[in-house]
Design a protein around this ligand. Structure first.
Ligand code: GAL
Length: 417
């Protein structure tokens, strides 16, 4: 009896010692479940652990799809929002408009975020003039990731310059028995390719008219038909098992010398790096042919939800940690993206990261920086999802480009507010 009492007193004091540490915790909802993504997330976990803040992980697999937002909806409806949520573009605005988000203004003011975060990102991080999110990176979708050895074998030591050259490369890869285009057939991945194809086919002004302004004439134009023709062309270069494959497994096909190229955002670089591969030696990174100088971006932001008490303190610590220039460098070097601040040196970045930073600065200066439709930065979720449906139905059927274009026009018209 005495012994048990002693034991429970010891237990109680052990709990008393560990409790405060557990209280300083953030619960983070995200979809970073691939090897490269998990490695990048670790940089953040460790940063916070170093400040005595615990990490409660809330992963939702599904990549850039819509799964995470569905889980978030049920958490918020149950009155149990996570501390912070990885989110893209227009979704941030929707949640802030619902009044679900915290106000980061005092911190943002103290840390001078207004001066260092590019306007293109602030447009999403702020709602009604109030900061609601910490942008952690800038990704972009108009990239190609190529296996250097295979491209060498096919006679390419330089990236193909035009769409025609690119198709010639894919043909050669196919005839040598490689999977020419590594791809995972999920709607968001098809749409990611579509970003680059529309940009390459129509150029930046066309992209803006069609994907950002949602102009029916541009959406229904012959140029858009050509974009769908090109999607059909690309469909001919994927392997038989592409359907439903996760994007990181498609990256693995390039990494493992099975496929020549993947068209994917620069989170793919995180997979190459995580596999110990080096740019210029093992793989090449270049813009979708015809889109050099242009950037279709997306930025992952940690949206802070309304939470009370001690959670709010850890939440502000996280918001601050995410924005530190040192952290932005360390994190983005691993993630494949580039910093969400303009004052971070490129010193620690590899050649692809340096190119990403240069491309972003140039595109921003020349007006060729555009939001990615596939990743929620060109139009709100309803429009994005309407486009996903048409693009993926076309990719997975014999639908003609003419039908695809007319479906696109009516789907987007119906989804606009
Ligand atoms: C994107 C996101 C990236 C990466 C990718 C695949 O939407 O911005 O950070 O996670 O999805 O999961």
């Amino acid at each position: 009896m005495k012994y048990n009492l002693l034991k429970s007193t010891m237990l109680a004091s052990a709990i008393a010692v560990t409790l405060p540490a557990q209280a300083a915790e953030v619960e983070v909802l995200h979809w970073w479940t691939s090897g490269g993504e998990a490695a990048a997330l670790n940089v953040l976990k460790q940063d916070l652990e170093g400040q005595g803040i615990g990490w409660k992980d809330m992963p939702v697999a599904g990549g850039g799809g819509t799964e995470a937002m569905t889980v978030l909806r049920s958490r918020v409806q149950a009155g149990n929002a996570p501390t912070a949520v990885q989110m893209l573009g227009f979704d941030i605005q929707d949640w802030a408009a619902e009044g679900a988000t915290a106000n980061l203004n005092p911190l943002a003011k103290k840390e001078g975020w207004d001066k260092v975060v590019p306007a293109a990102l602030q447009r999403f991080s702020k709602h009604g003039g109030n900061w609601v999110a910490s942008p952690v990176n800038v990704h972009s979708t108009n990239w190609v990731w190529a296996n250097k050895k295979i491209l060498g074998e096919l006679g390419y030591d330089q990236p193909p310059a035009s769409w025609g050259d690119f198709i010639a490369l894919l043909d050669k890869a196919k005839s040598k028995g490689y999977t020419a285009l590594a791809h995972g057939g999920q709607a968001w991945q098809d749409a990611t390719i579509f970003d680059g194809v529309v940009l390459s086919t129509g150029g930046p002004y066309f992209y803006k008219k069609a994907m950002v302004e949602l102009d029916s004439e541009a959406l229904g134009s012959d140029t858009m038909k050509t974009a769908f023709d090109r999607m059909r062309q690309l469909r001919g270069y994927v392997d038989a098992n592409f359907s439903g494959r996760d994007w990181n497994l498609a990256s693995a096909m390039v990494i493992e010398n099975k496929a020549a190229v993947q068209i994917m955002g620069d989170w793919a670089k995180g997979e190459f790096i995580n596999a110990g591969k080096k740019p210029g030696e093992d793989f090449m990174c270049f813009r979708v042919p015809g889109t050099q100088g242009m950037v279709t971006f997306n930025s992952d932001q940690f949206v802070m939800f309304k939470v009370g008490g001690s959670s709010a303190k850890s939440q502000m610590a996280m918001a601050k940690a995410v924005m530190s220039p040192k952290f932005q460098s360390a994190f983005n070097v691993v993630k494949g993206s580039v910093p969400a601040r303009t004052d971070v040196p490129n010193t620690d970045f590899d050649a692809c990261g340096k190119k990403g930073m240069k491309d972003l600065a140039e595109a921003s200066a020349s007006g060729m920086l555009m939001g990615s439709m596939a990743h929620g930065h060109a139009a709100p979720a309803a429009v994005k999802n309407a486009l996903y449906d048409v693009v993926t139905n076309h990719f997975n059927s014999n639908m003609s480009s003419t039908d695809a274009v007319s479906q696109l026009v009516s789907a987007i018209e119906g989804a606009k507010d």
